[in-house]
Design a protein. Structure first.
Length: 189
């Protein structure tokens, strides 16, 4: 990838605009010419960010998930209590996914390099939920559940959300599904 080691403010702003565009409209039907026109830049500017459209979309997806992860973790600052921390975390994950249109999610599932970014972030989030559960059990705030099992169940649900299986079987979008998972885990623990 042609992405420089240090991203300039302009490149960062382009990634932000690209993220907004692809989350809203998807990316499969967009060409580099379309993206350049929509972002008010040249194709050569885009090629400084990545060597191809697929790499550009992957880089934008990484950019999106890095920012989302930072915002989700920041949502936990000052939150006290295991149930509240788990609920806050899962709802924040859902809120970060809210701008992702069905078209984006469908396009994402069709491109392995981009799908892998979402899968990696889902695995990270599942481990983080397991940590929050373990902390709550150890603190005596949650019933003495087998934290690894509950975390595994949460991970399985999160993978089903990521793979669009929950949307297909329930009609819930990813953000709604994360809210329901938060309720299930916090009320069940």
């Amino acid at each position: 990838m042609a992405t420089p080691v240090k991203t300039t403010a302009r490149q960062f702003a382009l990634f932000d605009a690209l993220v907004e565009l692809i989350l809203a409209e998807g990316f499969a039907a967009l060409t580099l010419d379309d993206i350049a026109a929509r972002l008010h830049c040249s194709k050569s500017t885009l090629y400084r960010l990545a060597d191809s459209k697929d790499q550009l979309v992957r880089a934008a997806t990484v950019h999106f998930f890095r920012g989302a992860t930072d915002r989700v973790e920041a949502s936990l600052e000052g939150v006290v209590g295991a149930r509240e921390r788990i609920r806050t975390y899962l709802e924040a994950v859902g809120e970060q996914l809210r701008p992702a249109s069905a078209r984006f999610m469908e396009d994402l599932s069709g491109v392995s390099a981009v799908r892998e970014v979402y899968e990696r972030n889902t695995r990270f989030a599942a481990r983080r939920v397991q940590e929050l559960i373990t902390d709550g059990v150890e603190a005596g705030e949650l019933r003495d559940a087998h934290a690894a099992f509950v975390g595994d169940v949460a991970a399985a649900a999160m993978v089903r959300i990521q793979q669009r299986q929950v949307a297909t079987s329930t009609g819930l979008d990813d953000a709604q599904a994360y809210q329901e998972l938060a309720i299930l885990l916090t009320e069940g623990l």
